[in-house]
Design a protein around this ligand. Structure first.
Ligand code: CTP
Length: 400
């Protein structure tokens, strides 16, 4: 049975040339036995005919608040009807309206009313796509919990080659199928995660820290919650970002706080994924008062922190799965494999800082998943929100 069978999928079409491809998406969804309704902006009708979409979806098309015979098209009802909404193509204008709540058409009113997960597939010409305002609007939507179906690199309608091409209908379909099938896979499981940096105090106003944004770990926590797990996230100091309300967050600051919070919880967990960038060393003395400037040099003595991951590896029970992260800049695979053995892991996710667009503070990442049997699964560069699902699927599949 397809995971889309009987699901109500609401497609929001805005006025991009890629709108013509949505006819195919409707067809694919209907073949998977989903119920499809379409809400479209006035200008989108220039790119794809409402009649085509209506015939394919076997439903009427929603485009205005009122029909000519004074019937009200209720955005509230449409929003409540949907199990998932997909805004595709999401043009620069529609992204901006969604990000700012500018509710001047039925599509945006429905978006604002939708209580279901919302996916959006941006499309625009490469320079528009690269403009900081587009980046900011996409980030804003992600911070609301909306799920980006990233644009592809390729030939654009303008004839230029670059980023901004809407994800293909098959890719959008796969994301929806994954969303609905994945939801079931971690039901009844307890998942512990760590994310973000740790801050090691020097004195009351200074600390030793690192650039970790927590994005990868938070994306994993959100994905695990969406897949039905009960999730606890031990989180270092990070800037505000969307965390699924089903995730229980335990905020910590230092490596020793994190060690304590994680070790207190591990016994009743099924899976632990430690993605935090934990300080390996902490100042030996934490001054009670601000250290005043004195001589030319200041020597700070640092002592080793406890390795949280290794401590869990020592007490892990056979039914528990333990997954670490490794960030390496040289001999990446060998070092990561060595960590699997040293820390008694079921798998490790290797990040490489050598890859462009991968690593700290970026929205994308490129990783290799390595199992305890030393099998390597390289994953392509992707948004961390998407990668999170792939990593969890690999954990379910290979960490048995
Ligand atoms: N880790 C941890 N506790 C520490 C240090 C690291 O739990 N005190 C975890 C990280 O969360 C990550 C994994 O160990 O999952 C690997 O971290 P990394 O910094 O790459 O490795 P280290 O073991 O610190 O080794 P090295 O710095 O020598 O590469």
């Amino acid at each position: 049975m397809t995971s889309l069978q009987g699901k109500n999928i609401l497609l929001g079409i805005s006025a991009g040339i890629a709108a013509y491809k949505i006819a195919n998406l409707v067809r694919l969804l209907v073949k998977k036995q989903a119920n499809v309704k379409v809400v479209m902006s006035e200008n989108a009708k220039q790119f794809v005919s409402p009649l085509t979409l209506s015939v394919l979806s076997k439903n009427k098309i929603y485009d205005t608040f009122y029909t000519t015979d004074n019937q009200w098209n209720s955005h509230v009802e449409l929003g409540l009807w949907a199990d998932a909404m997909v805004v595709a193509p999401a043009t620069a204008n529609t992204l901006a309206k969604m990000a700012n709540g500018i509710c001047d058409n039925l599509l945006i009113a429905t978006y604002l009313s939708a209580k279901c997960p919302v996916f959006f597939a941006p499309t625009m010409d490469l320079d528009m796509y690269k403009h900081p305002t587009s980046t900011k609007n996409i980030e804003t939507l992600q911070s609301f919990g909306n799920q980006l179906i990233a644009s592809n690199y390729g030939e654009l309608a303008s004839g230029l080659i670059g980023e901004g091409r809407m994800a293909e209908p098959e890719e959008i379909l796969t994301r929806l199928e994954a969303y609905f099938s994945d939801n079931q896979m971690l039901v009844g499981k307890k998942v512990l995660l760590t994310a973000g940096p740790t801050y090691e105090n020097i004195d009351p106003v200074r600390f030793v820290g690192n650039y970790s944004s927590g994005k990868m770990g938070i994306a994993l926590a959100n994905a695990a919650a969406a897949m039905g797990a009960s999730v606890e996230l031990v989180l270092g100091p990070v800037s505000q970002q969307y965390i699924d309300p089903r995730v229980q967050v335990i905020q910590v600051r230092s490596a020793s706080d994190m060690y304590k919070a994680v070790n207190e919880r591990f016994t009743y967990m099924d899976i632990a994924i430690l993605a935090a960038a934990v300080a390996d060393y902490t100042p030996k003395e934490k001054a009670e008062h601000k250290i005043k400037k004195s001589g030319e040099n200041l020597i700070l003595e640092l002592v080793k922190t406890k390795d949280i991951l290794a401590s869990l590896g020592q007490k892990k029970q056979p039914h528990q799965k333990l997954i670490g992260f490794a960030l390496e800049t040289q001999n990446e695979l060998d070092n990561a494999k060595d960590k699997i053995l040293r820390k008694n892991l079921d798998a490790i996710v290797l990040n490489s800082l050598n890859d462009q667009g991968a690593g700290f503070a970026t929205d994308t990442n490129k990783v290799t998943f390595i199992t305890a049997q030393m099998e390597e699964y390289p994953l392509p560069l992707k948004p961390k929100t998407e990668l999170a699902y792939e990593i969890i699927n690999l954990i379910i599949k290979y960490c048995k």
